[in-house]
Write a protein that binds this ligand. Structure first.
Ligand SMILES: *Cc1c(COP(=O)(O)O)cnc(C)c1O
Length: 438
């Protein structure tokens, strides 16, 4: 067992002044038990906690740290930007450079910067509603788009029913315009559009679902979504807050070939594009984006939007993320998936590993591919608990929930991967021997 004294002390203090001691719920370890570890520093693929223990990091700040922690060139660019002042509330050069970089790489013709993925999806939906003059929004169960009220909806009981609030604090009428459908289910989508087509402002989907574990779209699914929305005059919003710039250099999920048949009307970006700082964006078709104030009537604003430090970090990260970096990332991810397979195969436990590019996750006790949220929930998630803790004790920091994607970085080198490789067999045995009560 590792020492956790300083972490425990900080957690006690944190709980006294913050709900649950955290600023985002999953960090509290409730899904895996035990208390969260407080990190003190990061370098490359490694994190060091406040007790001095080192871990190979497979969370990567939930996706942003594509190049690993404390990349020297990102730090140098940020340091130099900080020395010139941290926020002006005026336009500045770095936000133009970052917007040009995104527009240059992706299908988006224009972008607007915000400070979080939640703001990006919230603003994209407002814009879609303003542009179409319609109210209803279609989303998929198990897709997460930040904590936007209208998107914190769960499916009702019928095939096509209007959403119910997923959390107290969201009024019924706010989710009444949200239609929640099963992911990858073309018939349900056709049915929803047949019934409500001329009231639907937009459909929002994760370009490849990564927030119920990794559940990639079935071949042609995104193209189907783009056709259905176009047929009914609704906008197609591809939420690439997680996938954007993580899975391909071109910014978008999908083999560039697959993408040829479809282009989203609006796209949201976040995580990697902020390089570890609070920066996100939404973008897309020029005619839609020009409905935003001050050009058009749809209001949207932000005190720190496009701020020079966050945009400098994002720009530097994207510029460093060249083809070679993605190759390293993909190779590290494939190698790691192979190590997980070897360890789990040795136990005989059924499992499925699913990936979307270099993002992947494990579904426990499952023997067929998972295509939607019901499938993801049917896994034996309790097996993850002992697995997670065995890995943690062996110096590997995994996401503290079975329903999260594992993130590698371009800094996951042989040394980092071999630490994981040594930890896996024991952790896999712990998962195989677990019982639902343990
Ligand atoms: C993380 C995430 C968001 C929310 O971004 P925040 O910066 O946490 O608000 C939205 N959509 C997707 C797909 C995400 O993975």
């Amino acid at each position: 067992m590792t020492s956790t004294e300083a972490s425990e002390q900080l957690f006690d203090r944190a709980r006294a002044v913050s709900p649950g001691g955290v600023n985002s719920p999953v960090r509290a370890f409730r899904a895996v038990g035990g208390n969260p570890i407080f990190m003190a520093s990061g370098e490359g693929a490694w994190l060091t906690d406040v007790d001095g223990q080192r871990y190979v990091d497979l969370v990567g700040s939930w996706g942003p740290m594509l190049l690993g922690h404390a990349h020297p060139e990102v730090l140098a660019a940020v340091g130099s930007a900080v020395s010139r002042g941290t926020s002006f509330g005026t336009p500045s050069e770095p936000e133009v450079l970052l917007a040009e970089e995104i527009v240059g790489r992706t299908s988006s013709e224009m972008v607007r910067m915000v400070s979080s993925g939640t703001e990006a999806t919230m603003s994209a939906i407002r814009l879609a509603r303003g542009f179409t003059g319609r109210d209803k929004v279609v989303k998929f169960a198990g897709c997460y788009h930040g904590h936007v009220d209208a998107l914190l909806a769960q499916a009702g009981s019928g095939v096509v029913t209007l959403g119910l609030p997923e959390t107290p604090g969201v009024p019924l009428h706010v989710t009444a315009d949200t239609i929640v459908l099963p992911y990858n289910d073309r018939a349900a989508i056709e049915a929803a559009f047949a019934e409500y087509g001329d009231e639907i402002a937009c459909l929002i989907t994760e370009a490849a679902a990564g927030n119920m574990g990794v559940v990639p779209p079935e071949p042609g699914f995104n193209q189907f979504l783009s056709e259905v929305t176009a047929r009914h005059g609704a906008l197609f919003i591809s939420d690439e807050v997680m996938t954007g710039f993580r899975v391909t250099r071109s910014g978008h999920w999908g083999l560039d070939g697959e993408r040829e048949g479809w282009a989203p009307d609006l796209v949201t970006y976040g995580k990697v594009m902020g390089g570890g700082f609070p920066a996100a964006a939404f973008g897309g078709r020029r005619d839609v984006m020009e409905q935003l104030a001050p050009v058009g009537p749809v209001y949207q604003a932000g005190t720190l939007s496009g701020n020079p430090i966050a945009t400098t970090a994002g720009l530097t990260t994207l510029r460093l993320a060249d083809a070679a970096a993605y190759e390293r990332l993909d190779a590290a991810s494939s190698h790691l998936q192979g190590l997980v397979r070897d360890a789990l195969d040795a136990t005989g436990l059924p499992y499925v590993i699913q990936n979307a590019g270099n993002m992947f996750s494990v579904f426990w006790g499952v023997d067929a591919p998972v295509t939607d949220f019901a499938g993801a929930q049917a896994q034996e998630a309790w097996r993850y608990k002992p697995f997670f803790h065995a890995m943690l004790d062996a110096g590997v920091y995994l996401p503290p929930s079975a329903f999260e994607c594992w993130f590698v970085s371009a800094a996951h080198d042989e040394q980092a991967l071999s630490r994981i490789g040594e930890a896996l067999p024991g952790a896999a045995r712990a998962a195989a021997q677990a019982t639902p009560e343990s």
